[in-house]
Ligand binder design. Structure first.
Ligand code: FES
Ligand code: FES
Length: 177
């Protein structure tokens, strides 16, 4: 299920792609990724996740289910979290994307990253980038969430290591900063 605070993925219509006899043409998109402008020419149906990982080598964003069900691929688009595995890259045209690599400022980690480290809120770490990006989006909107608000906001992000209690502690801790 796609939460209503995500972009409504079913409304997505490629803005500058077109097909010709069933063949999807390449398109050129301009995306600002972690503050740096990128121009990418690629298949219009390619996912943003694929472009981030394979073209831009930003492998911090993870591929989990590939169908919008686990949150491992969460990034921010114009400050709002999205599931990049089910977002066609054309939807990112002229948008600002923030990935886990874009959170730290030089040697200073983002407060949410610091909180995850302080609470030891990771085991294998595969879900962690998506968890952190979701927490960043939540705390931008609601700096002091209740536990219920945290769990509601984070419930699309799955942790196969079942590290939820420490993840909750980390988001609580970040919210107090
Ligand atoms: S990889 Fe995107 S939601 Fe699972
Ligand atoms: S820490 Fe392993 S999936 Fe969450």
């Amino acid at each position: 299920m796609i939460r209503d605070d995500y972009y409504i993925l079913t409304d997505i219509v490629p803005v500058n792609s077109w097909s010709n006899g069933g063949y999807i043409m390449d398109v050129t998109v301009n995306i600002t990724v972690n503050g740096i402008k990128k121009t990418i020419t690629t298949n219009a149906e390619r996912s943003l996740l694929d472009v981030l990982r394979e073209e831009l080598h930003l492998t911090g964003t993870k591929y989990g289910c590939g169908e919008g069900r686990c949150g491992a691929c969460t990034v921010l688009m114009n400050g709002k979290r999205i599931l990049s595995c089910v977002t066609p890259v054309v939807q990112a045209d002229k948008k600002a994307i923030t990935t886990i690599e874009g959170l730290a400022k030089g040697d200073s980690l983002h407060p949410v990253q610091e909180a995850f480290l302080a609470e030891g809120a990771m085991q294998c770490g595969y879900c962690t980038p998506g968890m952190i990006m979701t927490a960043v989006a939540l705390l931008e909107k609601n700096p002091n969430p209740t536990d219920e608000e945290i769990t509601t906001a984070m419930n699309i992000n799955m942790c196969r290591c079942n590290g939820y209690p420490k993840i909750l502690n980390a988001v609580r801790r970040a919210g107090k900063k």
